[in-house]
Design a protein around this ligand. Structure first.
Ligand code: NAP
Length: 287
């Protein structure tokens, strides 16, 4: 049985790994939160390893406050770049493997066809910049490693677009939602299953980066429409433009990830986003 440390396990993606862990009895997952293992304090990792040895790390920990990062770029850098370097150093020293997650925000969003793993990165906000620096640290790691770039993460856990729309639709008659940003939502449960079902595969670490997102591109507006439709909400969604809703951090307008590499190399078929969304809503409604 292989033992993996899951860092940042109280966050959205970490909770997805917790939720699917029982489906993978051959893996022993050890979940830690930021108090137990702090990426910015590598001694916490060493201390934890000494008492709970493991063969690899699945890093769900990150600084993820996209707008706040504009004012806290040093903090974002400390966790998303330096913290990742600490993980890389540790995994190299102990001959472990490392799985990490990054974001579509490493791209500038000016493309008109889906982004491939090899396309040039040019982040347009501080969070994206810090995540890109983390990716670069990962790419230079001398241990077995790979980074999953994901986008528009949603799940029954934490804070995400689906949960926000569900909550707001209960008290508002209409919601304005941007219709000029394109992407592919990533369902955390589908992602966690994809990682855990392939992590022992001999070719899993062949590439240092994979894109993973649900099949089908959409806009935030269409995503919201589908959420409201599936829950039969009387709340209406009204399309608006990104320009009408300025945020502290700029968002890429086109952030559609091409997932051909992972589909062909690991024989993985992500669910369509509508199917994944239905599953997510059922889980949320079931409590
Ligand atoms: N959410 C999205 O839409 C999205 C999109 C693309 C990519 N991603 C990437 O997906 C991954 C998971 O995101 P998520 O949505 O699950 O994030 P999240 O819900 O914000 O969870 C991140 C977790 O990391 C922990 N953390 C923060 N600083 C830490 C540190 N120094 N040491 C250890 N743990 C620390 C946080 O704990 P505390 O709360 O205790 O600080 C939190 O539990 C991240 O790499 C993120 O960049 C997310």
């Amino acid at each position: 049985m292989s033992s993996f440390l899951v860092t940042g396990a109280d966050g959205q993606l970490g909770q997805c790994f917790r939720a699917v862990a029982a489906e993978f009895p051959n893996h022993h997952l050890i979940f830690t939160n930021s108090q137990e293992v702090d990426l910015a304090r590598p001694e916490t990792l060493q201390y934890f390893f000494d008492t709970n040895p493991f063969s690899g790390i699945i890093n769900c920990a990150a600084y993820t406050q996209v707008d706040q990062a504009e004012e806290e770029s040093e903090k974002a850098h400390q966790i998303n770049a330096e913290g990742v370097q600490n993980l890389v150093n540790f995994t190299e020293e102990n001959e472990l493997f490392l799985v990490h997650f990054s974001t579509d925000y490493v791209f500038d969003g000016m493309a008109s066809v889906p982004y491939q793993e090899t396309d040039q990165c040019d982040p347009i906000n501080a969070y994206g910049q810090s995540k890109y620096e983390g990716e670069q640290r990962m790419a230079q790691a001398k241990c077995l490693h790979t980074t999953f770039r994901i986008s528009w993460l949603f799940s029954p856990f934490g804070t995400n677009f689906v949960k926000t729309i569900l909550r707001m639709s209960k008290t508002k008659e209409q919601l304005e939602v941007v219709q000029d940003q394109w992407g592919r939502p990533t369902y955390g449960m589908d992602l966690a299953r994809a990682v855990l079902s392939h992590i022992d595969h001999p070719t899993f670490f062949d590439f240092s980066c994979y894109h993973f997102a649900q099949r089908g591109a959409t806009t935030w507006f269409d995503f919201a429409q589908k959420i409201l439709g599936l829950t039969k909400s009387p709340c209406k969604s009204i399309p608006c433009t990104t320009a009408a809703y300025p945020t502290a951090a700029k968002r890429p307008l086109y952030a559609v990830l091409d997932t051909t590499r992972i589909e062909k190399h690991l024989f993985l078929q992500p669910l369509r986003w509508e199917v994944a969304l239905e599953d997510c809503i059922k889980r949320i409604e079931a409590g």
